[in-house]
Design a protein around this ligand. Structure first.
Ligand SMILES: [Mg+2]
Length: 311
């Protein structure tokens, strides 16, 4: 069972020898919220780990960016990255729909341009992203909305333009039990920077689930599709992989669900007391979120590597 051990000089070598692949969450680990600068010292730590021969993948539930857009953001924040090294929930969802489900038909998307871009790249036709164009007409006029009979898949992600019209449209498609229902992620909240919190994608997915009485298949952390893509497309070995993150219910749970180990850092969403509370719980769901290790910041791993002369 995971025990939430502090990484320190006495166990850091054993820790580093135990993996050759790193999956790192971004927000709360590499940078904070909307900040346009990295958490100090963390880019250098990632470089140290790469120098030691570790493969690094950047794994995010943020569905508003394509992989290419993520690379631009990472590079701006001093993380040297390629598209191959980025797995966002929009990418994971498009890959899951295309390769795992084998669906290449038309998709109705509640989401933003990041999802649209990844479905374009996958060659899957779609519509729905952006404003709905309804212009505040009456409730009865909703019935005039044309439902496209070719749509057999609804994808839900973060959508700033989400409203009743989109909810109605998704409900119409999903009333067909054959219509696939996929979500990018179900994070309850989004970090707004400066400690602020915004409603996350999970609130939008829940609205669609509630109105249809159906449950979405979720592709992002902590669910397996994202991990499966890394295994299938990049040949990672979960037993030799560490997941670094700042959240228990997504990052650490992904580690458990995919048979990896998890390193929690305290530079984002989670306080040490939150993790400690889980270690005292008998609930299996809680135990599947306990970090194997923790550090105040990822920069502390860099300090330990230097102090122990490991690079
Ligand atoms: Mg995070």
């Amino acid at each position: 069972m995971a025990r939430c051990l502090l990484l320190e000089k006495s166990n850091v070598k054993e820790f580093l020898d135990s993996f050759d692949t790193i999956l790192t969450d971004c927000d709360g680990v590499l940078w904070e919220g909307a900040a346009d600068y990295p958490i100090p010292g963390v880019p250098e730590t990632i470089q140290q780990l790469k120098k030691m021969g570790k493969r690094v993948f950047y794994v995010s539930n943020n569905s508003t960016k394509t992989r290419a857009e993520y690379v631009v953001k990472c590079q701006k924040l001093q993380y040297d990255t390629t598209e191959e090294e980025v797995v966002g929930s929009a990418y994971a969802t498009a890959q899951y729909v295309k390769h795992t489900l084998g669906y290449k038909g038309k998709v109705y998307i509640i989401g933003s341009s990041g999802i649209a871009g990844e479905f374009d790249a996958a060659g899957i036709p779609h519509f729905g992203v952006g404003e709905d164009g309804w212009n505040g007409r009456g409730l009865r006029d909703l019935l005039d909305i044309k439902i496209d009979p070719e749509v057999k898949c609804v994808v839900v992600g973060f959508d700033l333009h989400f409203n009743y019209v989109k909810l109605f449209t998704a409900q119409q498609y999903l009333s067909d039990p054959e219509c696939l229902f996929i979500a990018t992620n179900t994070d309850s909240a989004l970090p707004a920077g400066g400690g602020g919190i915004l409603p996350g994608t999970g609130a939008i997915v829940s609205a669609v689930e509630f109105s249809t009485g159906r449950q979405a298949t979720v592709c992002g952390k902590p669910h397996n599709p994202l991990g499966d893509i890394l295994v299938q497309q990049h040949g990672i070995n979960p037993k030799r992989t560490i997941m670094i993150g700042d959240r228990l219910d997504t990052d650490m749970a992904l580690a458990h669900n995919c048979g990896m180990r998890g390193l929690l850092v305290l530079t984002g969403f989670t306080k040490l007391e939150d993790a400690r509370r889980l270690t005292a719980s008998n609930s299996i769901a809680h135990q599947k979120q306990i970090p194997h290790y923790y550090l105040p910041s990822l920069v502390d791993l860099g300090k330990l590597i230097t102090e122990c002369g490991l690079v």
